[in-house]
Design a protein around this ligand. Structure first.
Ligand code: RB5
Length: 143
């Protein structure tokens, strides 16, 4: 897969380790920044990644900020994005199986790196269940 990844300053360390992990697993990775630990604004990194997913330039995305909420809020302003916040493996599975999240969002300040990488692995291998979940997804975006 061609996977986008972005974070604010709180997620930089996990992001760089996750890039190495994903490359090692044979994925292509597009890094949307930030690459600095200087305090920054998460929307500046969320929106370019969301636009790239909507344009089909990347297949899916991973986003990190302190709580995960800022990234999720910014990403979900895009009609083509379903950004789901996960904090353990079970939620990472369900966010794909039930919500078909095309962006996995994680709270860098509240999960270990070990948990983050396990969530990424789970989210990547899980398949969307469709059926009643597709019906619910179809009702998310208002015309
Ligand atoms: C940064 O301090 C923090 O506000 C940000 O990483 C994120 O948690 C916002 O939702």
């Amino acid at each position: 897969m061609r996977i986008g990844i972005c974070s604010d300053h709180t997620g930089v360390e996990y992001k760089s380790k996750l890039i190495a992990y994903l490359l090692n697993k044979g994925h292509e990775v597009v890094n949307f920044g930030t690459d600095s630990t200087q305090s920054c604004d998460y929307p500046d990194y969320a929106h370019p990644m969301a636009s790239a997913i909507e344009a089909g330039d990347v297949d899916a995305g991973i986003a990190l900020c302190g709580t995960g909420n800022g990234m999720a809020l910014a990403l979900n302003h895009h009609k083509g994005i379903r950004a789901g916040l996960a904090w353990n493996q079970e939620v990472a599975r369900l966010v794909k199986e039930h919500n078909n999240a095309n962006v996995l969002v994680m709270p860098a300040r509240f999960v270990s790196y070990r948990m983050a990488v396990m969530m990424v692995r789970t989210w990547l291998v899980t398949e969307f269940a469709g059926g009643r979940h597709q019906r619910r997804i179809d009702k998310i975006v208002q015309p």
